[in-house]
Design a protein around this ligand. Structure first.
Ligand code: KG4
Ligand code: ZN
Length: 363
């Protein structure tokens, strides 16, 4: 079984070929091509949706052609096409969805619509082989901070999510505040490595009261006592504000520049709080749900501080921690092809081609 994956939900145009291994167990990546638009959006300090969809249109044909060439595959070697249906920017999603549907009709191939976050979750199994299920998976990216209970392969239950900013978004905003550039995550990560994580005592975000963005009160996993959903939710906008206030004070409202050392310390202190918040919730949920593994996926899973601390906590609690490679952590189409293979294994044989891009698709 060989699947062409297509991803265009945000600012990366990507295509990849992934197949089931010769022994029938696990998946093998034959190719993965990513055309990043970072150079276009950098000028604006964030993704500009209209520019993103136009660039997807320019890039998608060449990216798909390259993915097939790298995989040494022709159209006749493919069994299906998997495409990100949502969530994401609607104009961006439409490019991938329309392209996949057209290919499906032209080449007589079934088209499997895939949820972007299912792709991030399956990046773990693509990179590591199947995890010991049940697992808890934290997805941390520029657009999402969500915790999923995965009781068995291909089954995803939302346990918690951010009520405001995503963790990657907080990284990007803090980087902007410090004048570091875009995208901010890798830059803050690098500066954090030379700073003192205890130099500034930013508050650890706590969700002690219900608010308008709170979800349903409980998450009931099959066979497990209901868990207070509130306790598994995240919030990062208060932390971002705390960093802004600290910078305002330290610079006398922008009249004095921060020293390089002060920037390193702010990055390290911010990162310590983000990492602690993410892992406190994840490992608490792992204990409540009595899982056998912890997975961390999405762009922020590339963060060195997060990886190191997750592994340390995993070792302390006896839970194996799985992360994807850096290339599979940020947006790519190999994970989308893998999610397509997962759906195929569950008996899905392609969608009726009137399905549409859905910017708010639920998993
Ligand atoms: O998964 P992804 O490529 O796209 C989304 O679906 O959002 O994630 C991109 C996000 C950006 O916010 C970027 O700043 C962040 O991941 N990121 C990082 C690191 N590398 C990328 N954040 C922290 N540390 C990193 N090393
Ligand atoms: Zn993503």
């Amino acid at each position: 079984m060989r699947v062409l994956g297509i991803e265009s939900s945000c600012d990366e145009t990507a295509a990849a070929v992934v197949e089931t291994s010769a022994d029938g167990v696990g998946w093998r990546q034959r190719s993965s091509v990513v055309a990043s638009q970072v150079h276009i959006h950098r000028e604006w300090g964030g993704v500009v949706p209209e520019l993103a969809s136009r660039q997807h249109l320019r890039d998608i044909s060449a990216v798909v052609t390259q993915a097939l060439a790298d995989a040494q595959a022709g159209w006749g070697d493919l069994d299906a096409i998997a495409v990100t249906q949502g969530p994401g920017l609607v104009g961006s999603l439409l490019v991938g969805v329309a392209f996949a549907k057209a290919l499906g009709v032209a080449r007589g191939l079934p088209v499997l619509p895939v949820h972007h976050l299912a792709g991030h979750i399956e990046s773990l199994a693509l990179h590591n082989g199947d995890l010991p299920w049940p697992a808890i998976v934290l997805i941390v990216s520029g657009g999402h901070t969500s915790l999923y209970h995965v009781p068995s392969p291909g089954v995803y239950h939302l346990v918690g999510r951010t009520r405001d900013d995503a963790a990657g978004e907080a990284y990007d905003k803090v980087a902007k505040l410090l004048g570091l550039g875009y995208p901010g995550g890798p830059l803050v990560d690098r500066r954090a490595a030379s700073g003192d994580p205890h130099a500034v005592s930013f508050p650890i975000p706590k969700l002690t009261h219900d608010d308008r963005a709170a979800g349903p009160a409980t998450y009931a996993a099959p066979g497990v006592a209901p868990v207070s959903k509130r306790r598994a939710d995240f919030s990062f906008s208060g932390l971002k504000t705390a960093v802004r206030r600290h910078v305002e004070l330290a610079t006398d409202r922008g009249t004095r520049p921060l020293t390089e050392r002060a920037i390193d310390d702010i990055c390290a202190s911010f990162q310590r709080v983000v990492v602690q918040t993410l892992l406190d919730r994840t490992f608490a949920a792992a204990a409540w749900l009595d899982v056998r593994a912890v997975g961390i996926a999405g762009g922020v899973a590339a963060n060195r501080g997060l990886r190191a601390e997750a592994e340390a906590r995993g070792a302390r609690t006896g839970l194996p921690v799985f992360v994807p490679s850096v290339a599979l952590a940020t947006d790519n189409a190999a994970m989308i092809a893998a999610a397509g293979l997962r759906r195929w294994a569950a008996g899905v044989r392609g969608a009726v081609l009137d399905f549409n891009a859905d910017p708010a698709l639920q998993l």
